[in-house]
Ligand binder design. Structure first.
Ligand SMILES: [Zn+2]
Length: 405
């Protein structure tokens, strides 16, 4: 068996590979442990390159033992050498991983595909989550494919267009009379009450988080099995940055790439805890007030905050905290230079990257990989007011010629 067990990330206590997520000793989060001898025997560059064109080409590194993947084709998304954007920012080797083109249009498809597959392996009867955004849509789609009922908890008064994706796939969307935190709390209680239901970011969280490691494998494979000099990652809970770090380590320990110290940089909207702690050298303190239009990154109490900060610091990276107007400008710059329309979180990545280059933290010739996590149509309403108006004419050729002259 490839999955050896789970281990507490704080005190190190070990647990069997079951649907559990908190340490009974210190309440710390748990992490999947693997049998590395098994993985070294099974994995190879050649086998990966002949695998499916989805994240399941990296199956030997994922926490699934026997089950057939629930695969909508997530992962192995566009890998773009962004020469136009690079020219504007002053970078010669800028690469983008574009997860706006995943099956449900965000990187969440990677983690959900792994978590729902794990739910099937555990022979669970249903899956669920609390979410108002990308996670809800992705979970509903994968549950449909897996033929499992899905329960999605949302706060009161949510606009129907935010949950259209979840509803169309047939998920049970439960509107809780309260805030998002209330919805999340109920979801946690339901997960406790129904141990044979898999809540992807609650009792399946250790397995779920592993799906994001594929963002590291892809960068290395697409760079001809080498590691980049620097990465720029958007941060909400910080879990994504930590997973990409583990992914590069996996490749090194199995000899698929040569060891290299990759510099990890994070980007988070202004005022949020992880970037604040890195910038000012303080500890990661929760914040209550979150004044940003980038809702998908607005987590006031980031579960992986201390771990993300530690990785950034030990790799000599940095964390940036762009303001919302910089984020929208960066999103538009990316769209105009590379033809990619990303959601606001992607704008935070590019705005952060821009600052890092301007501050001299990234050299012109560095090989940089920046992560774009979702599709622009998901947050289009936030950009509309920042766009040029249409050019109005009457249906006469001379009027057209006049306005373009
Ligand atoms: Zn512990």
């Amino acid at each position: 068996m490839k999955v050896a067990g789970l281990k507490c990330r704080i005190c190190g206590k070990e647990f069997p590979p079951e649907p559990i997520y908190t340490c009974d000793n210190c309440f710390g989060p748990l992490e999947v442990q693997y049998d590395w001898e098994w993985i070294k025997e099974h994995v190879s560059r050649d086998k990966i390159e002949k695998g499916p064109k989805s994240l399941w080409r990296y199956r030997d590194f994922l926490p699934i033992d026997a089950c057939e993947p629930v695969d909508l084709g997530a992962g192995y998304t566009r890998f773009i050498k962004a020469d136009n954007l690079g020219e504007v920012l002053g970078l010669k080797n800028l690469f983008l991983i574009d997860d706006s083109v995943n099956p449900t249009y965000s990187f969440k498809d990677r983690v959900v595909s792994v978590a729902v597959t794990k739910a099937k392996e555990f022979r669970m009867k249903a899956v669920g989550c609390a979410s108002t955004g990308n996670l809800a849509g992705s979970l509903a789609a994968h549950a449909a494919k897996a033929k499992l009922p899905a329960y999605i908890f949302v706060p009161k008064g949510i606009e129907k267009n935010k949950i259209t994706q979840a509803l169309v796939h047939g998920a049970n969307v439960i509107e809780v009379d309260g805030t998002y935190d209330d919805a999340n709390r109920i979801a946690t209680e339901v997960a406790e009450e129904h141990p044979d239901w898999g809540f992807v970011n609650i009792n399946l969280r250790p397995y779920y988080a592993e799906g994001s490691k594929t963002l590291a494998y892809e960068a290395a494979e697409r760079l001809g099995w080498t590691l980049p000099d620097q990465v720029v990652v958007p941060m909400a809970s910080g879990a994504l940055l930590c997973a990409i770090y583990r992914g590069f380590r996996d490749l090194e320990r199995t000899g698929l790439v040569e060891d290299k110290e990759v510099v990890f940089n994070g980007s988070q909207p202004y005022g949020l805890p992880i970037s604040k702690a890195v910038k000012y050298g303080t500890s990661v303190e929760p914040v209550r007030r979150m004044d940003t239009i980038v809702h998908s990154l607005a987590i006031g109490n980031p579960a992986d905050g201390i771990f993300a900060k530690e990785i950034i610091e030990k790799t000599d990276g940095f964390a940036e905290d762009p303001k919302d107007d910089e984020t929208v400008e960066a999103l538009k710059l990316l769209a105009k230079t590379e033809g990619i329309f990303t959601e606001l979180a992607g704008g935070v990545t590019i705005a952060g990257l821009r600052r890092l280059v301007e501050e001299g933290r990234i050299d012109r010739s560095d090989v940089v990989v920046a992560y774009l996590t979702g599709n622009g149509l998901k947050t289009a309403e936030a950009v509309v007011s920042n766009l040029n108006d249409t050019i109005k004419i009457r249906p006469r050729l001379e009027e057209f010629e006049e306005v373009v002259a």
